[in-house]
Design a protein around this ligand. Structure first.
Ligand code: MV4
Length: 457
């Protein structure tokens, strides 16, 4: 087992990894930017190294600085968390060259899944259900028109290097296709330095359902069920839950086994998430695979009782999975609300100093956060300040638990999304489990000053 792990991240996820290391008896190294000197992840790590100025590009994305910090402190492994370098095949390769274990999949698998069009082909071959689309990147408007005509409008143009919604264009008729192609290519080139795009049939208001898997280095792969993440705005998830209200045990077993077979086909190791779109008839279509630990992993941990971060570490150290698929059981219902430092009506970021911070505990409540009274929410990073995760025997109990927890949450000094979450939970469709990626459209961005909830949450 590793003796010392460097955590190449900040905020709540750096703390989450430190928690797993402490329970496993592994020493930790925090890296931090000049903006994070007083953060809890620095306080609770055994050692810490400043890796640069506040800007992410100069610190949390600085591979030489992170590798140097690992070498200086003698860390055996690097956990990248999520975001930042978590899906960087380059970091994984540099780690390999420096004899530092990267806690994540093999660089070749990261590269495969990072190319959304290649991933599509590989996963189709491995047996996952797909929407009709181009078999590779589009070369020229003529071919695009031909493919779009075959699969039928609407279609969606997506960046090969994309994911998370950047460089996408929905096209509803042939007359729009040329412009959409050029715009998507230009956006993709600017955002990723790679202008390649591909085409898929566009599904209106689908559900977003993703399967969590774990694979070890001995050929064992298991799935930990699904998460429903349909409640999102501008490709930022707001509420996630497990199980999905739309799945039966039978469909979970069927989809789970398809995903496990597909992961095995590419020799997938460590933690992974396979994202699907689900249509109104309950049909699934593979969208993309994420080769990192995800923000919303706690809902899966709570319904399965499996500590995903500990498993990632054990797997990276070469241990076998300690359980079989038949030993993975699902119990109750878990919901996560992402609390962001933002205006609940305009969604504008609201960085600053938090003067008071309190989330009630009680049965079935978990809070993953770096926040505390008098801490600073920096404008340099993601606006998420806390994840509130609840568990109940069933979905109704989980919803009631989340509502009472949010009602008793105190955050003073900055605005937060707590009031928005209370409005989401109060929706009839939410209670009924009628979710889709269009759910948030009903909460149109209000003009500034038009709402009573513009006070501090
Ligand atoms: C789609 C889609 C409908 N049809 N692909 C958005 C993020 C990116 N990873 C893929 N996305 C979508 N791809 C087809 N063929 C709708 C979306 C989409 C979406 C997906 C998941 C969660 C929220 C979403 C919000 C808008 C669009």
């Amino acid at each position: 087992m590793f003796k010392k792990i460097l955590i190449a991240n900040r905020g709540e996820i750096a703390l989450r990894v430190i928690i797993a290391c402490r329970e496993l008896g592994i020493k930790t190294v925090a890296v931090y930017s000049e903006a994070d000197e007083n953060s809890l992840h620095v306080r609770f790590a055994d050692e810490d190294v400043c890796i640069g100025p506040a800007r992410s590009a100069d610190s949390y994305l600085n591979v030489p600085a992170i590798i140097s910090a690992a070498e200086i402190t003698g860390a055996d492994a690097i956990h990248p968390g999520y975001g930042f370098l978590s899906e960087s095949a380059y970091l994984a390769e540099v780690c390999e060259a420096c004899h530092i274990r990267f806690i994540g999949p093999d660089p070749n698998v990261i590269k495969l899944m990072g190319d959304k069009s290649r991933a599509r082909r590989a996963m189709k071959k491995a047996g996952l259900p797909m929407l009709p689309g181009s078999d590779g990147p589009i070369d020229g408007e003529e071919k695009a028109l031909k493919i779009a005509k075959e699969i039928g409008y609407p279609v969606i143009v997506k960046a090969v290097a994309g994911g998370g919604g950047r460089g996408m264009r929905v096209v509803r008729s042939a007359s729009e296709l040329g412009n959409a192609l050029r715009t998507a290519q230009r956006e993709a080139e600017a955002a990723f330095g790679n202008g390649s795009v591909y085409i898929e049939k566009y599904l209106e208001n689908p559900r977003h359902i993703e399967f969590q898997i774990l694979g070890d280095h001995h050929g064992n792969v298991v799935h930990l069920g699904e998460r429903e993440c349909s409640i999102q705005r501008r490709h930022q998830k707001l509420v996630e839950e497990s199980p999905s209200p739309a799945l039966t045990d039978k469909v979970r077993r069927k989809m789970g086994s398809l995903v496990v077979d597909a992961a095995r086909a590419v020799q997938y190791t460590n933690a992974g998430t396979f994202e699907f779109l689900m249509d109104g008839e309950g049909k699934f279509y593979f969208m993309e695979a994420n080769t990192r630990l995800q923000v919303e992993h706690p809902v899966t941990e709570w319904v399965t009782g499996i500590d995903i971060v500990k498993e990632q570490i054990r797997i990276a150290a070469g241990e076998r999975l300690s359980f079989k698929q038949s030993e993975v059981t699902f119990s109750g219902h878990s919901i996560e609300c992402r609390i962001n430092a933002e205006d609940p009506d305009t969604f504008a970021p609201s960085p600053g100093v938090i003067h008071a911070f309190s989330v009630p505990g009680g049965p079935g409540v978990r809070v993953d956060t770096f926040a505390h009274a008098e801490c600073t929410v920096s404008p340099y990073y993601d606006s998420m300040i806390a994840k509130i995760i609840v568990h109940g025997r069933d979905r109704a109990e989980a919803i009631a638990r989340m509502r009472r927890t949010l009602e008793m949450t105190v955050v003073e000094g900055i605005k937060t999304s707590v009031p928005l979450h209370l409005r989401i939970l109060a929706e009839k469709d939410f209670a009924a489990g009628k979710l889709s990626t269009g759910f948030m459209d009903r909460f149109a961005t209000a003009p500034k000053g038009s709402s009573v909830s513009e006070k501090t949450a």
